[in-house]
Design a binder for this molecule. Sequence first.
Ligand code: ZN
Length: 176
Amino acid sequence: MVATTSEQVGNDHASPVDAATVWRWLDEVKDPEVPVISVVELGIARGVDVDASGLITIDVTPTYSGCPATVIIEELIAAAIDSRGHTVRINRVISPPWTTDWISKDGREKLHAYGIAPPDGEGEGKAALLGIDPKLKCPRCDSSNTERTSEFGSTACKALYRCRDCLEPFEYFKCI
Ligand SMILES: [Zn+2]
């Protein structure tokens, strides 16, 4: 049998998709550095537009202009859409700049569970920008008796801290 209408093709390829569905796909795209948190929870994926032709445009704001993960994240997002048979365009939006305030509540809880101190977004984190060590709670034992051991963690976006009580090292997302 030869399919005579597009409905008979039998899969979702080329059928229109709504923005809510695209958001669900994006929520499956995890940050390559912290694989427990999605690009939606991190606040990197900022907008979804589906035009009349079915072209999907994703607004993406890098967490940090020098972050080498940015290009990888954009490729992961594009692949998540492309693999479902849709045409995607990544629109990199650098203004307003990303801030850690954009990390969702769920995202903060997942970072904490993963052992990364979530940024507080309430001033102390931003004090780190000015060279003042923020008082961070250890994500393992909740002690405030912590110290910064390195300006840069596994990536330039994170700093390394150590808990003086349980002696565990942990990473902290620098507020930018
Ligand atoms: Zn501790």
